[in-house]
Design a protein. Structure first.
Length: 287
């Protein structure tokens, strides 16, 4: 979930729809996606967080935008489906995927064993680090330095799991949204707040010079998008289209658009050998 987390106030009433139709038949042969068992036949109903840029975040009009929005609009079109985005949080959205209200949650979600018990996952596409952000004058430089300190993490986020397991001596505080957690950190109510390294980029841009990374720990578990269990055919066809977008070079172009100057994580080449070949081709000799 790689990397800005992933939480925002639950706005279940706000439905932001993007039509991604195709005149060709859908991958299930129906032309409308009825055979997939989607919550709304012919339409992917996807939960998205507000604060997961550059993967997903609202644009100037409040509609979701980002790398995963561009990617899923294209995949839905290729599958002959529409796609509708509903604003949620990771903590609220995943249970609703499990309950069948949503077909997917579109975000960079850590593929933890706990989550795998409740949802299925697409092929992974990213891997992140967990950063403990602290105020710029904080002495925190290592995991041992957070012992006894109040460290916040978003409810239901991968960062909350990380904090509970990797920061056992800290006083971990659950926070509803990342924005709230950062405000509490800046106001002195928290000593640190855990975000993904992708999210940290946005936080620093919003609060220049006021925060820094106190501790950074690479996440060994890759990230993917969640799909409701029981949608096996949908997931199979979705992954086929995801692979096609990777193989034809579109995925790498999107990555460069939203992560300019950042190398793609080499640990994920095992899933995408064609992507490794593309990266090698564009890398100058000797580097």
């Amino acid at each position: 979930m790689r990397r800005f987390p992933r939480t925002a106030p639950v706005l279940l009433a706000a439905v932001l729809a993007v039509s991604a139709c195709s005149s060709s038949a859908g991958a299930d042969g129906s032309g409308s996606g009825d055979g997939y068992g989607l919550a709304v036949p012919g339409t992917i109903t996807a939960a998205v967080p507000q604060g997961d840029a550059p993967f997903v975040s609202p644009d100037a009009t409040g509609k979701p935008a980002g790398m995963l929005i561009d990617l899923n609009n294209l995949i839905a079109q290729r599958m002959g489906l529409k796609i509708t985005y509903k604003l949620s949080t990771v903590g609220a959205g995943l249970p609703q995927v499990t309950a069948g209200q949503y077909d997917m949650m579109i975000a960079d979600l850590t593929m933890s064993e706990e989550r795998k018990r409740n949802v299925a996952f697409t092929t992974p596409f990213y891997v992140d680090a967990n950063d403990v952000l602290v105020r710029s004058d904080s002495p925190v430089k290592a995991v041992a330095d957070v012992a006894g300190k109040r460290i916040g993490a978003g409810i239901g986020s991968a960062q909350a799991d990380f904090a509970a397991k990797a920061l056992p001596q800290a006083n971990v505080v659950s926070v509803q949204t990342n924005a709230t957690g950062i405000d509490q950190l800046l106001n002195g109510n928290l000593d640190g707040f855990v975000v993904s390294s992708v999210q940290a980029i946005t936080v620093f841009a919003q609060h220049p010079g006021r925060l820094k990374v106190g501790v950074s720990v690479q996440n060994p578990i890759p990230e993917a998008m969640a799909v409701r269990k029981g949608l096996e055919k949908f997931l199979t066809d979705y992954d086929k289209q995801l692979a096609a977008v990777v193989d034809d070079g579109t995925f790498l172009k999107l990555y460069h658009k939203y992560f300019p100057g950042q190398e793609y994580p080499s640990s994920l080449f095992q899933y995408w050998p064609s992507l490794q070949a593309q990266v090698r081709k564009e890398t100058p000799a000797g580097k």
